[in-house]
Design a protein around this ligand. Structure first.
Ligand code: HEM
Length: 407
């Protein structure tokens, strides 16, 4: 069955993708479309198919190695040479390279390692909230949801404070890239970002240190575990994945709570609910709407439909997380939902390495926001809020709020 699928990368679709996803799940759960970058792709929208695809080794990340040049040209978006670190991170690799790269960083993100950051995250959150209270009205996204995860990941990696605003501006340009034209227009920002990261690595090489970047440079200098381009890719991935997604969880999550006053008041009066509540906000907002692309290395069938070899596939996490076959009343925010087997962090070997950090940051942020800003409310009509056009992420453009009680 053919159904009309809107531009999945548009701001309009991102504002409420769930009715489209519900229709796809019911009528065309495995569907070939032309994606926002004008190249074909297959969409998987049912929970069971998405969960199976993420664990299936026949859906590979750098399957282009198995394709002919003609097949590559059809399936792969074009990327210029200087941007290779953007597309060669562990997220783009299969075993054994993926395993080697992931092993280098996963220890820094275990729940135990991340717990040692709790106090610092609480202090940062308290500072941001005090500033918000003093200002009276803020953009919760740019002034609270952005600085918290950016500061944490930059401190872990040792990115100097003076560089963070510039880094934020450059990364904002990257997530806005959807079409080949956007890609061309963003080239200067991307080139600058790469130049900045190379400079950062070189200066840390000289100065040394005991942060994660210094440890990665040691691994690179040891020679056998990390190549120079891989080092840049790793830093790039951690900086981008380490903040853009958590920003969206905090801002979109706050909006989900504004939309459901009862849930908001419940979480305020029962702060012990915070852990399941953050899981439910992850499910409900799905900050990574589509898992990153994968390629079929052979024919693979989902829900009885065969996808041929060499095809690009997107597993739609936002749809899986709203699948009524898996979650009762999926549009409802049920803060104590149990079980809650959401796929917001993906699944399988690429399962989000930063999940324990993202969880901790969100738990601390929501707890403090609800406790310290009792008058928090939207400062603009709900209908005026805009979402960013994006390929795989889903996030608000702004979230203007009043921090003090209504007069
Ligand atoms: C991978 C979501 C926060 C680092 C992923 C994937 C998802 C995801 C869905 C898998 C993508 C795929 O399979 O195509 C999220 C969400 C976050 C978040 C929703 C916040 C709410 C973070 C943080 C960090 C991080 C804080 C690091 C500081 C990574 C890395 C990968 C990854 C390095 C690649 C893992 C691999 O390829 O093995 N994330 N993430 N993420 N995430 Fe996150």
């Amino acid at each position: 069955m053919r159904i009309h699928v809107p531009d999945l990368c548009s701001a309009q679709h991102k504002s409420n993708p769930y009715p489209v996803y519900a229709r796809l799940r019911a009528e065309a759960p495995v569907m070939r479309i032309v994606f926002g970058d004008k190249k074909p792709a297959w969409l998987l929208t049912r929970y069971d198919d998405v969960a199976a695809a993420l664990k299936d080794p026949r859906l590979a990340k750098n399957a282009y190695r198995t394709l002919t040049p003609e097949e590559q040209a059809k399936a792969m978006p074009w990327t210029p040479g200087f941007l290779r670190p953007l597309t060669t991170s562990m997220l783009d690799q299969d075993p054994p390279d993926h395993t080697r790269l992931r092993t280098l960083v996963h220890k820094a993100f275990t729940p135990r390692a991340v717990e040692s950051l709790r106090e610092r995250i609480e202090v940062l959150t308290a500072e941001l909230i005090a500033r918000a209270r003093a200002r009276g009205s803020i953009d919760l996204l740019e002034e609270l949801a952005v600085p918290l995860p950016i500061t944490v990941i930059c401190e872990m990696l040792g990115v100097p404070e003076a560089d963070r605003a510039r880094f934020r501006a450059m990364s904002n340009r990257l997530i806005g890239i959807v079409t080949p034209t956007d890609m061309l227009l963003a080239m200067p920002s991307m080139w600058m970002l790469m130049r900045y990261l190379r400079g950062l690595v070189e200066s840390r090489r000289r100065s040394g240190g005991n942060d994660m970047l210094a440890a990665l440079i040691d691994a690179e200098e040891a020679g056998d575990r990390l190549g120079e381009e891989e080092l840049l890719s790793m830093v790039m991935l951690l900086l981008l994945a380490g903040h853009e997604t958590t920003v969206n969880l905090i801002a979109s999550g706050m909006l989900s709570l504004f939309d459901d006053h009862e849930a908001l008041e419940r979480l305020r009066s029962e702060p012990s609910l915070i852990k399941p509540a953050v899981e439910e906000l992850l499910r409900h907002t799905s900050p990574v709407d589509l898992a990153t692309e994968r390629y079929t290395t052979e024919e693979v069938a989902f829900s009885g439909h065969v996808i041929p070899k060499g095809q690009r596939v997107f597993a739609v996490l936002g749809s899986a997380n709203h699948d009524e076959q898996m979650f009762a009343q999926p549009e409802r925010l049920q803060l104590d939902r149990d079980p809650n087997r959401h796929l917001a962090f993906g699944s399988g070997i690429h399962y989000c390495v930063g999940a324990p950090l993202a969880r901790l940051e969100a738990q601390i942020a929501f707890t403090a926001i609800l406790k310290e800003l009792p008058g928090l409310r939207l400062a603009v009509p709900r209908a005026s809020l805009r979402w960013k056009p994006a390929t795989i992420l889903r996030g608000l453009d702004q979230l203007p709020v009043h921090c003090t009680p209504a007069p």
